[in-house]
Design a protein. Structure first.
Length: 128
């Protein structure tokens, strides 16, 4: 039986990325040896998205096949303020993307960002 979902972040500077998850996001972790931290990420959910479609205004769009990690919160403004106090940087101001209010948070030590969003739906990961 599957008991958890393990996600990976690859970074050119893994120590900086690990410090971000430990100190900025304040996720509990286990040191598996030599400073190699594995983080508890809490409840999770998985969505399968199409690689093409049409925007509400009728504009067609496409995206390459890929995996993506997003962080879910219940109050985006409060979460952004708390994370900024801990040193987080965001690439843009929040916007409504239909499924929720979103922003992008920088992962130090990496050229990547993570989406942070407040969903407009009840996340199944948090349902009982």
């Amino acid at each position: 039986m599957i008991t958890a979902l393990h996600t990976l972040v690859y970074a050119d500077d893994p120590d900086a990325a690990r410090e971000f998850f430990r100190d900025v996001l304040a996720w509990p972790s286990a040191d598996t040896g030599g400073g190699w931290l594995i983080f508890r990420t809490g409840p999770s959910e998985l969505g399968v998205h199409p690689t093409s479609g049409q925007s509400p205004d009728g504009t067609p769009w496409t995206t390459p096949e890929r995996h993506e990690i997003s962080l879910v919160c219940d109050d985006l403004d409060a979460t952004m303020a708390e994370l900024r106090e801990r040193g987080a940087e965001f690439t843009r101001e929040p916007r409504d993307d239909g499924f929720g209010i979103t922003t992008e948070i920088v992962v130090p030590g990496s050229s990547q960002t993570l989406m942070l969003y407040q969903p407009h739906y009840d996340p199944p990961a948090l349902s009982s």
